[in-house]
Structures are given as structure tokens and as C-alpha cells.
Design a protein. Structure first.
Length: 611
């Protein structure tokens, strides 16, 4: 055998990866960014990274896991941090934390000012598909270059946003196909996830109705939920619906793990989140009036409500049906379908929003069973899909999109707009979190140097030591892994940071005694926890479902019962996109330690400290 030309074994998996890489290299945005760099007349700062193309980070490449091999078309793409940004953040993470005041939990509505979304250029049926697509690509190129140039000298004022035209195309199709648009936001951070320009575009240019759905209200204090609802109702005069895909009657407990912690499991088969579903139905009914007959939908929800009540004490342990119901989905090519309002007597509801706000979970919770897959990894949904709720109510589910804004990048991590696993610098987000929540107390951490004052890095060090995370080479505390774990807990709501509308603290009493508060609690379904369930509240929903747990502040605030400090949850989603190395047992362990420091309000903890 000739020397020097030894054949290297090449697996099928590697071959597939090679094909995917080739395709990926051809993808529009990379070329686009390369062009931006070549054509840019702005002086290049680019010493640290030779081309803009290199600064684009492609997220969620899972080529071989998608049988259709299509996932890379919709891969999320963002700009990477520069080495100097990383260095700067690390330095800051070593500085002592400054606890922030209550008012700094209050946010304005101006993160999207000065930005817009890319809109599908006009097209007609006389145009060839290739021409339409070329127009779209030219337009999108210009859109991105314009934003880039405007912010070239101050990239810090520009958030990560979606650079993949394929994902925007999904949004364009969904907006075209739908009669009513449900804009879904995570109730912990509404103003960071609801671009006013999106609302204006849908309402004033597309002339379609918008409903805002405040989701994950199980993670937020009822008074804050209500304040956000009123904020949006007053600002836009539109329907604002409250929702949680995890009302407590979908949960059950009395399971012990090997550490002796109790873990709440989802109660038998998944049920519809009927209170939230009823709210969505009512908002749609008010919009369509008698143009579409929604009686069947209403009956379905009412039926579920009755069932839920009677089944509260039902110990049905049977597994959830895990099924993707083909009969509900429609895979035809909608690229060039003309919109006709309530076509064939069917109401089409588009569900759009940022990644990870819970769009897919909402669809399952509206259906009362699993029809679309869910992941706690942002950016899971790649292609829009249509699902019939009843024969004349159709949901059109769009992949999550990160809209352009000036949201600080650290916050984007906490929102789930940027996948934690692919974060090169997690400490700035830890610092942001630690200045608002007392992490040492929540995790019962011992300062590595015995000091009183903590920095974000100290927290990561202490956390790594406590969890036994060490680097392989030098056996030093693995602060990166620790930071990654903490951020995931924040994203999942195990430790809850939630922002408030301006003026909330000044009017706290008003919101806490508001007559509509009971209604909010009803949708959160917190009053429905059954006897014996108060030891542990957290869910283990199994399968691909992310496990929902709450911050230690959350339960006593909203519910009436005092709960055990052994609140815990495991994550057992088997999600092959799952993105960290943290395993379930590790998380439980932290829950256990965190629990002993549990407070009914993490913000109280901050107060304690400042005393
Ligand atoms: N606590 C809580 N968690 C939720 C709720 N809805 C969804 N989640 C969690 O949020 C994460 C994202 O949920 P998805 O339904 O996949 O979100 P998505 O908006 O479809 O995400 P993309 O696929 O990224 O667009 C998962 O971990 C869910 O379990 C909710 O009402 N309450």
C-alpha cells in the first residue's frame, strides 16, 4: 500500500455532516455578511476577527437529527461577541456586585425604538417564484446592511437578531395566512419580547387583528401579571390574554428520587389548559363575531373544564399520549397562497413570538394533548406548521424569531433569545442576575475566599465547588459550567427574575388589591392544588417536555398554602437538542440546597442584604 495516502475511515454520520456543512456554507446570510464586509465603506474595526462572516454564529446545527435534513435552512444565526467584549465582561464579572433597587426591576417599552422588522417585498401571482425569491434576498441583504451600518460604531446598541432569511420567510408566510395574530410573550419580560413595530405592521399595514398572549404566568406574581395586562390593554386597546401551559391541575406529586427529594410529575395524561384556552377563545370570538362559528371550540373547552374539575382527585398514572397527529397538520406549500379572510369558514390564528416564549406548549395546551414537540432549547421550532383545533379553527405556528432591538445581550440570554449552551461569555448574564436575586443565599453558597462581598465570578466559583464541577486539565473550579447551570435555571424559571412595568412598585398596593386579581389566579389555577400536593409543586413532565419548576419566591406569594422547602424538579426531557452538560441529578441537588434558603420573595432577600 502506498505510504502517505492511508484511507481514513469515514462514517455515514461524518458524510452527512460534510454535506450539511457544504449546504450551510452556501446559505444566504453568510454570503450576505461576507458581502457586507466587502462592501462596507465604514472603517473596519475588525482587528480581532478578520471578517464579519467569521463573527456570525450558527446556532442549533442538528443536521442528522432532522430526518428531512432541512433543519439547517432555519438555523438561528447571530453575530458573535468579539474577544475584547469577552475580556471586558470577564473583568466586570470579577468586580463586587451592586444590588439594584426595586425600581430597577421596572422596564420601559423603548427597546425596539428606531428598529423595524424585515417585511416581505410586494409580490404577485404573475411573478416567477425565482424572481420573488431573488427580490426577497436582495431586500433582506439591504435590510441587514442598513442596520449594520447604522450601528457600526456602536454594536453594543444592537441586539442579536435573526440573520437567517429562511426564518423570516416563515414569519411572512404565517402573517399572510392568518386572520388573527396571537403575539406570544413570556410574562417575565413582556416589553423585551413585544416589538411595537410588529404590532403596527400587522395592525396598520396588513390590517389584521392582534391579540397579545402573556404566557408563563405561572412563573410571575399575580399582581405583576395583572399590571402587565393593564399596561398593554391601555396602550394598544386590544385583547390581552393570560395563559399558562402548566396550570397546577396538570401536575401531581408523591414521587421520591434517590436523594429523597419529592418530585412532582405531570398528572397522568396532559389536559387542556382550559382557563387560558377559554380566554383565547373569548378574544377570538370578540374579533370574528358571527363571521365564523366557534361553537365547537367553546364546547370543547367547556367540556374540558368540567372534566378537569371532576378529575382533580383522579390518580390516573397512565402515560401521556405522545403523538404527533398527522391529521391535524398540513404540510402543503403555502409559499404563494393568497389570503382570504376566514377562508371556507375557517379561522386561522397565527402564533408568533420570540424563541422559547412557549408557542409550541400553548398549542399543545390548547389541544389538550401533545401535537407539537417542545424543547427548553430556544429555536426548537424550525418550520411553521398548521394544526386544526377544531374543524374550523386552525393554528399556524411560526418558528421563534429574534427581532432587531437594542435589548442588552445579557438580557437576551435570560430571555431565551440566545441559547445558553452556545454562549461564549456567560458571566455578564450571571452578574445581571446576581444583582437582582440573592444567588448565594438561594444556593446556600460559601464564599470561596471567605469574604462578605460577592462578585459574579465568586458565585460561579462557589457554585462549581459545591457541585464538584472541575476543569479536566487543571482541576480548577469549572466556572463556565457553573454559570451555564445557573443560567439554565433562570431560563427555566427555577429561579425567577421577572420585570415590572414602570411605576409598579409605587402602586404595588393598588395591584395587590385589584378586583381582577382573583381572575388572574384562576387562570394560574393556583387555588386548585389538591390535598397532599403541597409538599412539592414541581413537575416532571417527562419525555421532551421541559420540567417546570418555580423559584422559591413564587408559590407562597400566589398560592395560599405554605409549601415544603423540598421543592424540586427534575429535567428528564430526553431532548436531543438539550444543550448543557448538566444532568438531572445535579439540578435536583441544587434545588435541595437552594430550598433551604428559600424565600417567599427573592427581592425580600435583596432587602435583607442591604440592611
Ligand atoms: N413555567 C412555564 N414554562 C413554560 C410554559 N410554556 C412553555 N414553557 C417552557 O418554555 C420552554 C419553551 O417552550 P416551547 O413551547 O418549546 O417554546 P417555543 O416558543 O415553541 O420555542 P421555539 O421552538 O424556540 O420557538 C419549554 O421549556 C417549556 O416547557 C408555561 O406556561 N409555564
Amino acid at each position: 500500500m502506498p505510504q502517505g495516502r492511508r484511507k481514513v475511515p469515514f462514517s455515514g454520520k461524518q458524510k452527512k455532516q460534510q454535506i450539511v456543512n457544504k449546504r450551510q456554507n452556501k446559505s444566504m446570510p453568510i454570503n450576505l455578511i461576507r458581502k457586507i464586509n466587502e462592501e462596507s465603506d465604514t472603517p473596519s474595526e475588525i482587528s480581532e476577527s478578520s471578517t464579519m462572516a467569521e463573527k456570525v454564529q450558527k446556532l442549533h446545527i442538528q443536521p442528522i437529527k432532522d430526518p428531512r435534513g432541512k433543519s439547517n435552512r432555519y438555523v438561528l444565526q447571530f453575530h458573535q461577541e468579539t474577544p475584547s467584549e469577552i475580556r471586558e465582561a470577564k473583568e466586570k464579572a470579577r468586580m463586587s456586585l451592586t444590588k439594584v433597587s426595586d425600581e430597577e426591576f421596572e422596564v420601559d417599552d423603548n427597546y425596539f425604538d428606531g428598529f423595524d422588522l424585515p417585511k416581505r417585498p410586494p409580490w404577485s401571482f404573475n411573478m416567477k417564484k425565482e424572481v420573488v425569491q431573488a427580490n426577497e434576498e436582495r431586500y433582506f441583504f439591504k435590510f441587514v446592511t442598513t442596520i449594520e451600518k447604522e450601528h457600526f460604531n456602536d454594536m453594543k446598541q444592537l441586539s442579536y437578531f435573526e440573520l437567517n432569511i429562511e426564518t423570516w420567510r416563515q414569519l411572512w408566510r404565517v402573517l399572510e395566512l392568518s386572520d388573527v395574530i396571537l403575539v406570544i410573550v413570556d410574562c417575565r419580560f413582556p416589553t423585551l419580547l413585544f416589538p411595537p413595530y410588529l404590532y403596527n405592521y400587522i395592525k396598520n399595514e396588513l390590517k389584521k387583528e392582534v391579540i397579545i398572549l402573556l404566557n408563563k404566568i405561572d412563573l410571575v406574581d399575580s399582581a405583576v401579571v395583572l399590571a402587565w395586562k393593564k399596561f398593554y390593554e391601555e396602550k394598544y386597546k386590544i385583547h390581552v390574554v393570560l395563559f399558562t401551559s402548566y396550570p397546577s391541575y396538570n401536575l401531581r406529586g408523591n414521587h421520591e428520587n434517590k436523594q429523597g427529594l419529592k418530585i412532582r410529575r405531570r398528572r397522568g395524561k396532559m389536559r387542556m389548559a382550559s382557563e387560558g384556552a377559554m380566554e383565547v377563545y373569548k378574544a377570538c370570538q370578540a374579533i370574528v363575531k358571527n363571521q365564523v362559528d366557534l361553537t365547537k371550540w367553546q364546547e370543547k373547552i367547556q367540556h374540558e373544564m368540567n372534566l378537569a374539575k371532576s378529575a382533580l382527585n383522579d390518580d390516573d398514572d397512565s402515560e401521556d399520549e405522545v403523538e404527533i397527529e398527522q391529521e391535524y397538520t398540513d404540510e402543503k406549500d403555502f409559499d404563494f397562497e393568497e389570503h382570504e379572510l376566514y377562508k371556507n369558514g375557517v379561522l386561522s390564528i397565527g402564533t408568533i413570538g420570540f424563541p422559547n416564549v412557549g408557542k409550541s406548549s400553548i398549542i399543545n395546551a390548547l389541544m389538550g394533548k401533545k401535537v407539537v414537540s417542545i424543547s427548553r432549547t430556544p429555536g426548537h421550532t424550525k418550520h411553521f406548521q398548521t394544526i386544526f383545533l377544531t374543524e374550523n379553527v386552525r393554528l399556524v405556528d411560526c418558528p421563534g424569531l429574534v427581532f432587531p432591538s437594542k435589548t442588552p445581550k445579557t438580557l437576551q440570554v435570560l430571555l431565551g433569545s440566545y441559547p445558553i449552551s452556545q454562549l461564549r461569555e456567560p458571566y455578564a448574564a450571571i452578574k445581571f442576575l446576581a444583582e437582582r436575586l440573592d444567588l448565594p443565599k438561594l444556593f446556600v453558597l460559601k464564599h470561596p475566599d471567605g469574604d462578605e462581598e460577592w462578585s459574579a465570578m465568586d458565585i460561579c466559583d462557589a457554585f462549581a465547588l459545591k457541585r464538584g464541577f472541575f476543569t479536566a486539565k487543571a482541576a480548577r473550579p469549572d466556572t463556565y459550567r457553573a454559570a451555564n447551570n445557573i443560567l439554565r435555571m433562570a431560563l427555566d424559571g427555577k429561579i425567577t427574575l421577572s420585570l415590572k412595568p414602570r411605576g409598579f412598585h409605587k402602586n404595588k398596593k393598588f395591584w395587590e388589591t385589584h378586583e381582577e386579581l382573583e381572575k388572574v389566579k384562576e387562570i394560574q389555577a393556583l387555588g386548585k392544588i389538591t390535598a397532599g400536593d403541597d409538599d412539592d409543586y414541581f413537575s416532571d413532565s417527562g419525555d421532551e417536555y421541559a420540567q417546570k419548576a418555580k423559584s422559591s419566591d413564587y408559590l407562597p406569594k400566589n398560592g395560599n398554602k405554605k409549601r415544603s422547602t423540598k421543592e424540586s424538579e427534575i429535567s428528564n426531557e430526553g431532548d436531543d437538542e438539550d444543550d448543557t452538560d448538566c444532568d438531572e441529578e445535579e439540578e435536583e441537588e441544587v434545588e435541595a440546597t437552594a430550598a433551604t434558603a428559600s424565600s417567599s420573595n427573592p427581592f425580600d432577600l435583596l432587602n435583607d442584604d442591604s440592611d
